[in-house]
Design a protein around this ligand. Sequence first.
Ligand code: F6P
Length: 487
Amino acid sequence: MFDRKSLQNLIKEKLTDYKFIVVSNRQPYTFEYAGRKINCIKTIGGLVTALDPVMQTAGGTWIAYSSGDADADVLDKDNSVKIPYENPQYTQKLIFLTKEEENGYYYGYANQGLWPLCHIAYRQPVFSISDWEHYKNANKKFAESVVDAIGLEKPFVWLQDYHLTLCAGFIKEKKPDAVVSLFWHIPWPNPEVFRVCPQKNEILEGLLSNDLLGFHIKYHCHNFLETCELELEAKVDWEESAVTYKGHKTLIRDFPISIDFDKLSEMSSGEDVSRKVNELPTQIDPPYEVLALSIDRIDYTKGILEKIKAVDRFLEKYPEYQKRFVFFQKGALSRLHIKAYKHLIDEIQSLAEEINWKYRSGYWYPIVLLNTKIDYITHLALYRACDLCIVGSLHDGMNLVAKEFIAANTDNKGMLLLSQFTGAARELKNAVLINPFDADGFADAIKEAIEMPKEIKSERIIRMRENVKENNIFRWAGKFIKELIRI
Ligand code: F6P
């Protein structure tokens, strides 16, 4: 099995002469004031969950933009700080954006333009020319920081996600020999959808400045190849899965992202989490016999409203579960300066209140919403304590919550209800697959998962655990790095 040690060996053998640089919008650790004290906080989210263990193994530099109010006070003259603070393993180098730049680049072009464009969640993308200008400038700033970090060394640059589509082009202008790659963490849409983007050519050209471009699944690779065929005078080689544009070849490959299975599983079976698992039933209100859990960033792509509607349908269709079933939705607030996100929070709140009013009986009601932070021990304990973990994304590149639940489920109990529109559904075939748009089918799937015989649940969970253990985050990083070494 390819594990942390194997990745360390691969890096020692093949990358010692290279400087390893990861670049993402979101920083892995923020520094924040709590009174006069500075706390170092690990960022929540798929990207950091996946890449932090890789960086802790590989070392090198992670460049991102500063969003912590105390960041500036811990940085050295190169805007760098060693992280994790308690046990430093790699360097975090930060760039600074003005409020106006952050608004145009992150809240504007990236999250109101590209995000809805790439997800089939039926939100119209908004493309504003001033947001585009800020997006370009922010990409230039990231690229300058990369060039500065490279110095005279041979670099291996690994860009992350839809915020940085133009970065490779800017880096190559200054460092034509740099090996530059990008991993796309969200879906790539089909060409019909992508063609509405007014800046489509610049974005494709920017992406094709990379030497390697990674997507979670083959389907997104195919969508990308088709898009290039349709939009650019590019040579698309389907056999090799590569695009040659203006004499430069970019390899297009699928790399399904994952998690540090062993670490998560070990933590989850530890004493602190086990104690918490026993305490939870007395701490969660209202009391329950069957606990369904969801943990999401609050985003319209995650299908939170659809889950609440399915719970309504489930209790209507199967009234024997009233007064026994509780759906616990933990949501992390996100992208709050965007109207659609603020509006979504209100909608979720009001729908949950309506459903709770409809079914409330004595001390019992069916839906609990929690938007405040919980500690990691409780997070893992919830995975172990629940009878169902529901991942209901309308569309998702991968969805690492599904894999986290499987890794944390050390008792081999409970069941995963997984949207068929997530990347994870291609690997976790032993989950109960759902269509979140179909409230009736969703309600039946909840019943099916609850009533599935214990031994079958356990068998299916064990199979999924084997899969995630084997296809862990170190294997993902190793595959990506091996492909880059070939270049
Ligand atoms: O899933 C896409 C993604 O950008 C992840 O890479 C990241 O973990 C998540 O969305 C969080 O988004 P944001 O950084 O905007 O809070």
